[in-house]
Design a protein around this ligand. Sequence first.
Ligand SMILES: Cc1cc2nc3c(=O)[nH]c(=O)nc-3n(C[C@H](O)[C@H](O)[C@H](O)COP(=O)(O)O)c2cc1C
Length: 190
Amino acid sequence: MAYVSSGTTDFDSRQFRTAMGQFCTGVTVITTIDADGAPAGFACQSFAALSLDPPLVLFCPQKTSRSWKIIEAAGNFCVNILSNHQQDVSATFGAPGTDKFASIEWDPSPAGLPVIRRSITWAECTVERVEDGGDHLIAIGRVTTLGEMLQDKPLLFYRGGYLSTEHPRVTPAQAELDDFLTWTGGDTWL
Ligand SMILES: Cc1cc2nc3c(=O)[nH]c(=O)nc-3n(C[C@H](O)[C@H](O)[C@H](O)COP(=O)(O)O)c2cc1C
């Protein structure tokens, strides 16, 4: 008989959070502009590329997020992918505050959304669809503009703290990358 991994069905939200914190992610700041022209945004690790054709991304805001309400009303947002020089930016946007942009240098994207300086890259998106996700929402966006890319290393978030990569990553062959987002079967994956 095969070995059965032991586990527990009796876990609380702290244990759940600790387990999920073993999954290392990048960090983004999702920004927008409100009806009065003021910038808004929040730090977000639950960002992912979703589809290549059409070009879709997703992120998961808490239902209580003030920035999400502004993004939903605006109908568009900009994903800023943070570099390892921007831990302070993550901390600023990861805490509630009346003027998170006070100490932040940013430039407008083509649609006027905040592009935070020194971000590795950015993507301007329109809100395509929103799904329920328990105490969060799943927001799906269509990418309309891609920003320039810097060669900096990413800021990583792991076990509730920040990390960065020590070495430049090994770039896989282009052929391996081509179907990355549209993989539908077979047993190859990056
Ligand atoms: C590294 C990091 C990652 C985060 N990821 C998320 C996330 O994926 N979804 C979310 O709703 N909040 C996330 N947060 C928390 C929000 O950024 C934080 O609650 C913020 O105060 C929300 O601001 P808002 O009310 O203006 O939306 C994250 C915070 C940090 C520091």
